[in-house]
Write a protein that binds this ligand. Structure first.
Ligand code: GUN
Length: 313
């Protein structure tokens, strides 16, 4: 069996088109949605992610601005920056790209974002709204995965879902969304005993651990839907060998580029799963698309336009 590939790219384009429509209708009423992105320091991966977010704003018709304090910025300076953005009416969404430099009290900075502009859904108020099933802003990656599952016709009610990873960015909100959709949810983490055995229960398995190729064939029940949140660059020869010995195609690519991009799910899982997201082109584009949807939603909610709900979740 070879898994159906769940094309995140295609569904992300649909979500972006819906967000663009809503942004146009808001702009026609004088409310152009606006997003401020804060990128502190010089993390190369964050720079790439933020570039993608700003570019997507241009395509969707969202005003965007980027703030780039240096790596030596203080918590107080970031708090002042966020307070300034909170106070500006034309800014509907504030995204503080993580991770922040090590000297920063990240929780304090995230707590300072106005919950109505919290397009990441990380503020405790939005976390509380999600867990009590009230309308609010939901973290982009898990919200995007829900869109992918729902729009791909994958049933959730009464089914076993296993989430590997318990971060506040993905694992925890993912579990809550699946629970709200009436799945039976288990959350696994580094202390879970026999991870493969628990994972094998899943009809829907979400891997968000940040370890290249960790989910192997024996983790997956035949026919299960597998969602791969990971995006890991493998440049170490030994790690590459451990994962892909005998794989000539990947060997060529590794030799040419000096590294290879691998999700948390080993590609061999495609032989067992019923459906699976690719890396790249799976969850990544959905995260950015949901940021667009959340920004338009925040503009609609905060500036009172009565725009239709974009998100089903
Ligand atoms: N870093 C990795 N993922 C995310 C995300 O979804 N939002 C923010 N702000 N930072 C991140």
């Amino acid at each position: 069996m070879s898994a159906i590939i769940l094309e995140g790219t295609k569904i992300a384009a649909e979500i972006r088109a819906e967000a663009a429509l809503a942004a146009r209708s808001l702009s026609a009423r004088g409310v152009r949605p606006g997003l401020a992105v804060v990128l502190a320091g010089d993390n190369p991966a964050s720079e790439i992610y933020v570039r993608g977010k700003v570019k997507s704003c241009q395509e969707v018709g969202i005003y965007s601005e980027k703030h780039t304090p240096g790596a030596g910025v203080s918590t107080q300076e970031l708090l002042a920056l966020v307070a300034g953005l909170n106070a500006r009416d034309e800014i509907d969404g504030i995204l503080v790209q993580l991770p922040l430099p090590p000297q920063i009290d990240s929780k304090r900075v995230l707590l300072a974002v106005d919950p109505a502009k919290d397009v990441d859904g990380f503020h405790p108020l939005n976390v509380g709204f999600l867990s009590t099933e009230r309308p609010g802003l939901v973290p982009c990656t898990p919200a995007g995965i829900m869109e992918l599952l729902v729009r791909s016709g994958i049933a959730l009610a009464g089914r076993e879902a296993v989430v590997i990873g318990r971060s506040f960015i993905v694992g925890k909100p993912m579990a809550m969304l699946l629970l709200n959709a009436n799945a039976t949810v288990s959350v696994c983490h580094s202390k879970t005993r026999d991870l493969a055995e628990v994972s094998r229960r899943a009809d829907i398995l979400v891997a968000a651990i940040g370890r290249a190729g960790m989910v192997r064939r024996e983790f997956v029940r035949p026919g299960a839907t597998v969602v791969d949140v990971g995006m890991n660059r493998v440049s170490d020869e030994e790690e590459f060998r451990r994962l892909f010995a005998g794989d000539d195609r990947r060997e060529d690519s590794f030799r040419t580029k000096g590294s290879i991009l691998v999700g948390d799910v080993h590609p061999e899982v495609a032989e067992v799963a019923g459906a699976m997201t690719p890396v790249p082109g799976g969850v990544g584009p959905l995260t950015i698309a949901m940021l667009m949807a959340n920004t338009v939603k925040a503009a609609g909610m905060r500036r009172g336009s009565g725009v239709a709900e974009l998100s089903r979740v």
